[in-house]
Design a protein around this ligand. Structure first.
Ligand code: ATP
Length: 418
């Protein structure tokens, strides 16, 4: 690697002027405070790759919170601080920058959150995940733009390799296994040979990670442009099985994820729908253990339960010639995301069509007469009201009644038969 490479021109070219000016200013002010400041992490990687990334992460050898306060005076932004971590977030106009005090971490036990002490940029970088994420750009005047690349990240970027910094990396924090697969698939890189072997060796360390941290990793995967690529690789390496042995990262999943994207375009797909399709191959018992491994929030958990419950009704839903009211009774009460997932996942075109009929029309069909209206028409309050409302719903769903007058006629007919 050439020594002393300077990225000032790349920064100027790729980042918006407001952020470039901010970084200059941050460098100047840190300098007057006798501190060193660096741009670090993903944005440095993406600057070198020529890819858009506006998430600025700054590391200060000094006091990030005090520096952030001083910068806030100048741009009149909003500041959020976390004194226990010595970090601050500065937001102004449409920009947001994270400032962190350089720190070192030690892992007392695998998978646990590390204990943190204040330190230098070298220590700060050495606790990070992969060489391509472990580059920093100096922002102090005089050094502005100089790349600090202690682990050969730039060479790995050129060779398209994902490489850990040391042999115990996945043991210290097995969430890096999922992170590694994400970068590999997002960037179209490869896990470097030794890193791949360490990853395989340490797969069991995923068991040391809490449910909430695993859920966060899966959420990150689902926010990737092509999550199915990460799941395919995760299946191949035995990582997906650690989430649940019955999950599949196969061609079927890729096809369904692609359909979801087309369905929601131009918006990005809802991750809930992706997750429902991922869980689709599971049984009702299996989905419970998947839900608890991810400690999913209530509504998401319900969507997954509903997905499997609707799948289990597929035989009935696939019968040709079902009446709208039959369809309504089969599908009423389930989450719409679970229904959409089933309409995409089922092999039966009839079932898929029935589900879409429910979603697009039947679920919104309303009766205009209320219980009070029925009482006024002479029906005694009590179970009879429910019976007549049900009758009205059937008639509405099957298209026998389309207006309020029609509903009244039907009620009169019912009364006449009494
Ligand atoms: P992305 O492009 O996915 O946002 P990023 O590199 O900005 O990538 P973040 O998750 O925002 O990733 O993390 C910021 C930096 O913190 C990373 O570049 C990485 O160096 C470091 N980091 C994050 N999580 C870990 C981890 N579990 N172990 C070690 N380092 C980590």
């Amino acid at each position: 690697m050439p020594r002393g490479i300077n990225l000032a021109r790349i920064i100027e070219k790729q980042l918006p002027a407001e952020l470039v000016n901010f970084m200059w200013l941050a460098g100047e002010i840190a300098h007057t405070r006798g501190e060193r400041i660096y741009l670090v992490g993903g944005v440095v990687r993406d600057l070198l790759l020529g890819q858009a990334n506006l998430d600025l992460d700054l590391v200060v050898e000094g006091n990030a919170i005090e520096l952030a306060r001083q910068l806030r005076e100048l741009n009149q932004g909003k500041i959020t601080t976390h004194p226990q971590f010595n970090t601050a977030k500065l937001q102004w106009d449409r920009w947001s920058v994270d400032l962190t005090t350089a720190r070192a971490e030690t892992y007392e036990k695998p998978g646990a959150l590390p204990s943190v002490t204040l330190s230098s940029i070298d220590d700060d970088l050495s606790r990070r995940d992969f060489t391509i994420n472990v580059m920093a750009i100096r922002l102090n005047p005089g050094d502005y733009g100089k790349l600090f690349d202690p682990y050969g990240g730039r060479n790995d970027l050129k060779a398209k390799l994902i490489r850990v910094l040391h042999e115990k990396s996945f043991i210290d924090d097995a969430t890096r296994i999922w992170r590694g697969l994400r970068y590999e698939q997002r960037l179209d890189f490869h896990l470097e040979r030794k890193t791949l072997n360490l990853l395989k060796r340490d797969i069991t360390m995923l068991d040391t990670i809490s449910d909430d941290r695993i859920r966060y990793e899966i959420e990150c995967v689902l926010e990737e442009k092509y999550p199915e690529k990460v799941f395919r690789r995760a299946e191949e390496l035995g990582v997906l099985a650690k989430l649940h042995p019955a999950l599949k990262g196969n061609g079927w999943l890729a096809e369904k994820f692609d359909q979801v994207r087309r369905l929601s375009s131009p918006q990005p797909p809802e991750t809930e729908l992706y997750l429902a399709l991922l869980a689709y191959p599971l049984t009702s018992e299996e989905v419970e253990s998947f839900i608890s491994r991810l400690n999913l929030p209530k509504s998401l958990a319900q969507t997954l339960r509903d997905t499997i419950a609707v799948k289990n009704k597929m035989r009935s839903l696939a019968i040709p010639g079902l009446s709208p009211s039959n369809i309504y009774h089969l599908l009423d009460g389930y989450s719409s995301q679970a229904l959409v997932a089933n309409s995409l996942a089922t092999e039966s075109p009839v079932a898929s069509q029935n589900i879409r009929l429910f979603l697009n029309k039947l679920k919104d069909i309303k009766i205009l007469l209320t219980g009070d209206d029925l009482i006024k028409m002479g029906i005694a309050s009590g179970p009879q009201i429910r019976e007549v409302l049900e009758l009205l719903r059937e008639a509405r769903l099957n298209g026998r009644v389309t207006t309020r007058e029609g509903e009244e006629e039907l009620v009169k007919g019912w009364l006449a038969q009494r």
